[in-house]
Design a protein around this ligand. Sequence first.
Ligand code: PLP
Length: 377
Amino acid sequence: MRPLSAKIAAIAPSATIEITEKARKMQAAGTDVISLSIGEPDFPTPAHITKACIDALNRGETHYTAGKGIPELLNAIAGKIVQENKIPCTPDQVIVGCGAKNSIYEACEAVLSPGDEAVILDPSWVSYEPCVQIAGGVPVHHPMHPKTFQVDDTVLEKISEKTRMLIINSPSNPSGVILNNESLRLISDICQDHDLIVISDEIYEKLIYRKTHISIGAFPGMEDRTITVNGFSKAYAMTGWRLGYAVASKEIIGYMNKVQQHTISHPTTFAMYGGVAALKGPQECIEEMRFEFEKRCSYVLKSMEEMGLSYAPADGAFYAYVKVDGNDAEVATHWLEKGHVAVTPGSAFHHPGWIRISYAASMDRLKEAMNRISAAL
Ligand SMILES: Cc1ncc(COP(=O)(O)O)c(C=O)c1O
């Protein structure tokens, strides 16, 4: 048989597969493995959101609907983006997808022609590179500043005639770092000087400790150059609902909609009613989760300090990002084998020598995990 797609063959297998597989086998064999490799909140979806979805089901909202999303949700998202993110936005500048991941993929398809380069800042979330590749683009990686994890002008070395897009993520998965005003100003200037588009992944926007979130789409001159991506998974503990969205110029949204029409059609109709309830309903649920994550963040970072490990200046998301001596995959395997704690090696994020610890686990489990890592060290 002739080989399957060369494009898909070129996509690197996830650097986490080996360790995840090992953790799974240990669990199946009865070992009490504490999983700190999870990328989802350990809270249930708030009840008023679930109820809105059940009500929609009971009303018979079980059929095809508008391609870019139900009007109620497009309106609610546009309202939120104007009010909270200070980005000019009308409902026809919004498209709802099956998770932020789906929106990021559609954005890459909409912008990139074959061979166009997309600059990705490392450490970077695992799916940016494959999304660019599947869309026919070429990922070009560039490291963040090694200490501050901010963007500096060395990124200009990676901008060429072929560059079409930059991808930024604040707060960051895996580092938890929030991009400051200077980093965003630099990206904005580069985009405007070199005629580039930026995907700004703001999925962890609500999970911020101490600092404030700034959207690059609100910078003057960036209105038509920014694809702001966000979703419900992290802020409202709705990972399984597969609901996310993108906000951009009408032209970009039109291109994304073509991809959407011929692939997913639209996100699940009744799930979108849950999205409306999330945005329009009480927001205290976010603060309760954020407050809990902040306590855990402080606890994990303090524990790291006590163990003599340095870490990225995390102010958001639910990850601590820790520097380790030696090969990160070997250290993660050692923590798993000796301490029965599963974490994610930085290599998965194109950033060897570091380890991501998710604190989306109860305080009791985190305490036990820190004791075990300390003993394994
Ligand atoms: C940085 C980042 N962007 C996007 C996503 C995708 O989120 P969704 O569940 O909305 O597809 C994740 C999920 O882990 C993420 O960490």
